[in-house]
Ligand binder design. Structure first.
Ligand code: ATP
Length: 268
């Protein structure tokens, strides 16, 4: 356990010798250049891996995602995508926000095409790219509907499809299921993990729900600290989750409880 670069690199590469899909090396982050929110955190996501970052409210999870996506520049440290330095440059990874943020005045097809249209892809071409995915994302028949006509789970799947259509193989998700009711939430996160596997995506999901993190991830990073009280956050540890055969309800297994206990202990 521990927060060192070497541990993160070793774990993410999983002995393959390849660079991780996404890597943060010793990032120190601040909003104002003075107050340190997170101090020298290192983490990595291997290709095709779903990793979660858990931490209490206000400990700096969103701040980290902003830096990983290139929206902000770290005070120090680097962000690498497949070994390439992308520190402070947006547009290399997909980013899905807490709320589904579908535009209510646009039909679902136009919502999911939006990133492509903004990138200058002609409308007909964008639609042709999106249309075959509706079936695959369980959204067949919703193309011409308005967001308000869809259930919360369907809207979330549409938002994920829009994120997928951004075209990056690494996706950052900020509390993606928090607006959903408990039952839908479990269904959508299972669906998300299956889709990520099928599409070969690498994903870093942030959440403050320990059960969610342990259910979804092959590894969970635990972020601890109280930046608002002058105690910058750090990675308190990393928990590997043994999902066994993947059959049955994982949340009822001893492996789930063991991992959950470990995460809770690190959260303190
Ligand atoms: N735009 C901003 N400008 C200045 N300070 C900010 C900004 N965004 C966040 N902060 C501060 O940085 C710290 C970390 O916030 P952040 O949103 O990253 O935490 P979080 O772990 O994602 O919280 P939550 O789980 O509640 O979303 C907090 O003290 C917050 O007040």
């Amino acid at each position: 356990m521990g927060a060192g670069v070497t541990a993160a690199e070793k774990n993410a590469a999983s002995g393959t010798g390849h660079a991780p899909a996404l890597e943060a090396r010793s990032l120190t982050l601040s909003w104002d250049g003075q107050t340190t929110v997170v101090d020298r955190i290192s983490l990595a996501v291997a290709a095709g891996e779903v990793v979660c970052l858990v931490g209490r409210s206000g400990c700096g999870k969103t701040t980290i995602l902003h830096a990983l996506s290139g929206l902000t520049r770290p005070l120090s440290g680097q962000v690498l995508l497949h070994g390439e330095d992308i520190t402070g440059t947006p547009g290399h990874v997909s980013y899905m926000l807490q709320k589904d943020l579908l535009l209510p005045s646009r039909r679902i097809i136009d919502n999911v095409c939006l990133p492509m249209l903004l990138a200058g892809v002609p409308r007909a071409e964008a639609r042709a790219k999106a249309e075959p995915l509706f079936e695959r994302f369980g959204l067949a028949g919703t193309e011409e509907k308005w967001p308000a006509e869809l259930s919360g789970g369907m809207r979330q799947r549409a938002a994920f499809m829009r994120t997928y259509l951004m075209g990056a193989d690494v996706t950052l998700l900020d509390e993606p299921f928090s607006a959903l009711d408990a039952i839908t939430r479990v269904e959508v996160r299972r669906w998300f993990c299956d889709m990520a596997r099928e599409l070969g995506l690498s994903a870093l999901v942030i959440t403050h729900d320990v059960d969610e993190a342990v259910s979804m991830a092959s590894r969970v990073y635990v972020l601890a600290g109280r930046p608002s009280e002058g105690e910058p956050s750090h990675i308190a540890g990393e928990v590997r989750v043994d999902h066994g055969t993947g059959k049955g309800d994982f949340a009822l297994t001893p492996e789930f409880l063991a991992a959950k206990r470990e995460v809770l202990a690190l959260l303190g």
